[in-house]
Design a binder for this molecule. Structure first.
Ligand code: TXA
Ligand code: MG
Length: 341
């Protein structure tokens, strides 16, 4: 299949017109697809929340095509923020910075900070440049569900509710961006992503991990998140076959997301071997979970991933995907990134 990485002129014009009219445009980034609105139009951003079913207190990321526009959104850019921007933009990094005057509350969830990212996907760049402003975009999925890494996933999520969907093929990274807050003298990892803690520390030295009472909140980082409809259970590699076999023998259809082949064939088991390479695993994670979610199974067993830092972002998403069934809505609280060192 050919890689589609640039929109046609007609597609681009339709997308820009929709944004100027206060409508939503779904677009590819290198991490996941975004559901975008004109970040300077509060009514348009409100539509994003309505379509996603997302609580209005959860802030959204403002996407820009160039660092020269950063000052319009952030009143203070610390030296560390400059270093991170220099090292990782355009790319899968989001910086949380003190917000500039005039940035709407609907974008920031009423917080004093704003999240900003410069994506590297050529089609995202093309759209941002043609639009000429900031695009506020959360991931293009219904609240709490799996992010979309292909245009067809966006259509599955929203159907006709989102008219313009730019198709830029499969997202290269497949997991949402690394989120880092930069307050004076303090750099803090708020959400793990493909840019890991070691790379951040090489760039700026000390990096704290997880939110605390005084740091910016990441209200979207609720424990239960990134979930398929089918209940997910994490299982150690050693127990995987026995668990799958027991459920299958009990007559239940079972889905398995593993990093190896099954030891033998089980009657009611749909098994995906996602492999041992972290980049490929992350790239395919949401597509694999979507496939397994549609397989008509009563449960998805996911093989626990390795404990080292390279797997932090994947592990974070899997722990959250597995958390849903154990929680009541009242427990939908923000957690610290306990899975990180
Ligand atoms: O890769 C990504 O980051 C994708 C693509 C589309 O750019 N976007 C994305 O957006 O994952 P979303 O809304 O699904 O997740 C963004 C997270 C949310 O948990 C939100 O609470 C947090 O970023 N966030 C946004 N603004 C923030 C702020 N000012 N302070 C703290 N957290 C913030
Ligand atoms: Mg999201």
């Amino acid at each position: 299949m050919a890689k589609v990485i640039r929109a046609t002129q007609a597609e681009l014009e339709a997308a820009v017109e929709a944004l100027r009219d206060g409508e939503l445009v779904a677009f590819p980034t290198e991490t996941v697809y975004g559901l975008g609105a004109n970040a300077s139009d509060p009514a348009a951003v409100r539509k994003v929340f309505a379509v996603k079913g997302r609580p209005s207190t959860h802030p959204v990321i403002v996407h820009l095509d160039d660092v020269k526009y950063l000052r319009r959104w952030a009143r203070e850019v610390t030296p560390e923020a400059h270093q991170l921007a220099e090292a990782f933009w355009p790319g899968p990094l989001t910086l949380v910075l003190p917000r500039a005057e005039g940035v709407n509350d609907v974008v920031t969830g009423g917080q004093d900070t704003v999240a900003v990212r410069i994506p590297s996907h050529p089609m995202a760049q093309q759209l941002l440049t043609a639009f000429g402003g900031g695009i506020a975009a959360p991931s293009a999925n219904r609240y709490g569900r799996l992010s979309a890494t292909r245009a067809e996933h966006v259509r599955e999520e929203f159907g006709d509710e989102v008219k313009v969907v730019l198709d830029g093929g499969e997202c290269q990274v497949g997991l949402e961006s690394t989120i880092v807050s930069c307050e004076p003298g303090r750099v803090r990892l708020l959400r793990p992503g493909s840019i890991g803690i070691a790379a951040l520390r090489r760039c700026v030295g000390e990096v704290l991990v997880g939110a605390d009472a005084s740091s910016p909140r990441v209200p979207g980082s609720t424990l239960a998140h990134y979930s398929p409809q089918t209940p997910v259970t994490l299982v150690s590699a050693g127990e995987l076959d026995a668990r799958a076999e027991a459920l299958s023998e009990g007559g239940q259809r079972v889905a398995v997301l593993a990093q190896r082949l099954p030891l033998k064939t089980y009657q009611y088991v749909t098994w995906i071997n996602a492999g041992k390479r972290v980049d490929a695993y992350a790239h395919d994670l949401y597509a694999n979970l979507r496939t397994l979610d549609k397989a008509g199974c009563t449960r998805i067993l996911v093989q626990e991933v390795p404990g080292d830092e390279r797997w932090d972002a994947v592990r974070d998403r899997l722990v959250r995907a597995a958390a849903r069934e154990a929680l009541t809505p009242a427990d939908d609280s923000t957690i610290s990134l306990g899975v990180l060192p």
